[in-house]
Design a protein around this ligand. Sequence first.
Ligand code: ZN
Length: 340
Amino acid sequence: MFDSTIAGSLPKPAWLAETDKLWPRWRATGDDLQQAKLDATLLCIKAQEDAGLTVIGDGEMSRQHFVHGFLEQVEGIDFEHKVEMGIRADRYKAMVPQVVGPLALRGRVHEAEARLLRAHTTRRTKFTLPGPMTIVDTVADRHYGDRIALAMAFAELLNQEALALQADGIDVIQFDEPAFNVYMDDAARWGVQALERAAQGLTCTTAVHICYGYGIQANIDWKKTLGEQWRQYEQVFPALAASRIDQVSLECIHSHVPPELMALLKGKDVMVGVIDVASDVVETPEEVAETIGRALQFVPKQRLIACTNCGLAPMRRDIAAAKLAALGAGANLARQRYGA
Ligand code: ZN
């Protein structure tokens, strides 16, 4: 009861990449960089195990950014000529690659880190991929001319990699769809369908992470415009509840999401965000257990998984480590308190 896991990313060590950045530059190149990525992945596995987490990820050490890491292995994408584009409904500007031709995978994307993860922990493993709709919102399309067609094209490629990750021995494959909280109508109309295409044929556990973004200033400012109650999930959860996706990761602690919206996910495992990624204040295990207790009003205890609100990538490394420890200890406390 009360598995514990992170949404996906952890801060990269200073010897691997620039710190405190969403699109950090790597410190090495070529074979040295490949080795450094795997060394950092091993550290992440150890850190999560030491914190007592029960489902372990790779910390996303091998990708510069959670979307672009996947795109680097996709043919039909021009990474040489990035363009500035407003993303997430113009919330912030980013330099994004362009889609210039039919999409195809050049080969495996995450084989090295997935196999390393599987080889170095005996606990359950989780691997994250960007969701189709969020990818579409993070590239400049010069070829397909239609968001749904482009999303379905990406979904096919994601599916290829997801099936291969499953064959590598990964237990949970999670798609990250922060765009679902921005384009709620589209998410319900075709985003969930594209997600199901990406998960087609998987027999391992499948998950989707939907959040209000990393703790960067543009997101903090955006959240201030969302009013007293953040009800974005209300439009998307019914479509997810009817889907074949097994788990949903959502924000809880310090968010203005009405907790009763979790009840819309009947029949799904719910990864409840009990760690705030937008604050450097480290939660206590007591606070984590209390957040779990509040969520138990709306989520059955056998379906509740303790998680972070979002990735920890742009955070200071020592703070992230302390938050991991609080997550593991808080889930333990909740097991003692509510387990019987
Ligand atoms: Zn997130």
